[in-house]
Ligand binder design. Structure first.
Ligand code: SF4
Length: 399
């Protein structure tokens, strides 16, 4: 197994112990990506792909429900019965108990959440198993168990409540459920932290997994904590790179994970767009770095971004810091209303793993299902599901 590490990389890029694989060509069962696709995929140049997808979906009728994450390509979104962020999609799946098959056009952790929230009768399919999430891969079950041992050793575990972002594997969600914690999304992170601090009691702490930026931005921007209240636990260093005293003094213990898409936006991108487009409103996702969030005019989840642009007046200008497929779709949607919407950065910023789901994979999955063959089923084992569900249900019960 090849360890990938680059000491010269910027602070927010961490070394990963995962093997370097060609996407879709080899298998790494420990990770969310690089998994072989077992089927005979149609050629991407097949001129009948759109017709084939339509025909397969029509053959399946109400037996299939297709979910499309906002960051998916247009060619895939066109076939989605509903679009949304990961949590909305998991709930939509649960609200369709009659759909035998849920085809999740998103990434692996989202399909896991859909499997956890749907009935045992329903089967969740991810059209390409290589569609993982680099952020979710940054916190493995072994690393998080080791971190808990470090907190126990430092005497802080009993005052610490884990809060895990929806963008985490089922294993991490189960860890969270087992240790009295909750899941959060980028829309309800503040509420989840308020609840978790209440549970933690006096001198309580939060272990926030796996996105350090969402944890820090919520604590500092929304809850008025200081940057000094936050420490970063680095799973690649002994004891997370922290002393027992640092752990005891901290209020937020942030896991050293990040989104490789949102982590690319920089303060320079914000300054540059303000110069280029005077009067522009900068609107970013809270997975962006703290300095970017601090310099932005508006910060919020994907749904917040969509709603804000929807309500924006004609003639307004917007620079958006989130995934490019969504920004491009919104720019096209609102251009006729006279709203100018640009991508915050000058460089391309797709989520490469989300983009693994393309029309050939969707056609292959739908045609296989229509022929009675379930492919790429995502199934969480019952023990993991039980505790992950506890954590998800705590989130659903948040005030
Ligand atoms: S956009 Fe970021 S958090 Fe979302 S799936 Fe891609 S890598 Fe993961």
């Amino acid at each position: 197994m090849t360890a990938v590490s680059n000491a010269a990389e910027p602070l927010d890029v961490q070394p990963t112990p995962l093997a370097l694989l060609l996407l879709g060509r080899e298998a790494d069962p420990r990770s969310e990506r690089g998994v072989e696709c077992p089927g005979d995929l149609p050629s991407p140049s097949d001129p009948d792909l759109v017709e084939r997808a339509r025909a397969a979906k029509a053959r399946l009728g109400d037996r299939v429900f297709v979910l499309g994450h906002h960051y998916q390509r247009d060619e895939v979104i066109e076939f989605a019965d509903v679009t949304g962020d990961s949590f909305k999609l998991a709930r939509e799946a649960a609200a369709r108990p009659d759909a035998e098959y849920i085809v999740f056009c998103g990434v692996h952790f989202m399909a896991e959440s859909a499997d956890i929230l749907t009935s045992d009768r329903q089967q969740v399919v991810l059209p390409d198993l290589a569609a993982g999430c680099s952020m979710a891969d940054m916190a493995t079950a072994e690393q998080v168990a080791e971190c808990w041992d470090v907190l126990t050793e430092a005497g802080v575990a009993e005052r610490t409540v884990p809060v895990s972002y929806m963008n985490s594997s089922a294993d991490i969600k189960a860890f969270t459920g087992r240790h009295g914690g909750t899941i959060c999304t980028s829309s309800n992170a503040r509420r989840a932290l308020d609840w978790a601090f209440e549970q933690a009691g006096e001198d309580g702490k939060i272990l926030f997994l796996p996105d350090q930026h969402l944890g820090r931005n919520t604590a500092v921007r929304d809850m008025g904590m200081s940057l000094e209240d936050c420490v970063v636990y680095n799973p690649h260093k002994p004891n997370g790179g922290l002393t027992a005293e640092q752990l005891r003094d901290a209020r937020m213990i942030l896991w050293r994970g990040h989104c490789s898409v949102h982590g690319r936006f920089s303060l320079d991108s914000v300054n540059e767009v303000r110069e280029r487009l005077p009067g522009v409103n900068v609107l970013v996702h809270p997975e962006c770095k703290h300095e970017v969030v601090a310099a932005a005019d508006h910060v919020g989840s994907t749904e917040y971004i969509i709603n804000t642009l929807d309500a924006a007046p004609a003639g307004s200008k917007w620079a958006i810091g989130t995934e490019l497929n969504l920004v491009r779709r919104l720019a096209n949607r609102y251009a006729p209303e006279g709203k100018e919407i640009v991508f915050l950065d000058r460089t391309v910023c797709f989520c490469s793993t989300m983009n693994r789901i393309d029309l050939p994979h969707l056609v292959w999955a739908l045609e296989s299902l229509a022929d009675g063959k379930v492919v790429n089923r995502i199934q969480v084992d019952p023990e993991t599901e039980k505790f992950a569900k506890v954590a998800l249900e705590r989130m659903l019960a948040l005030p």
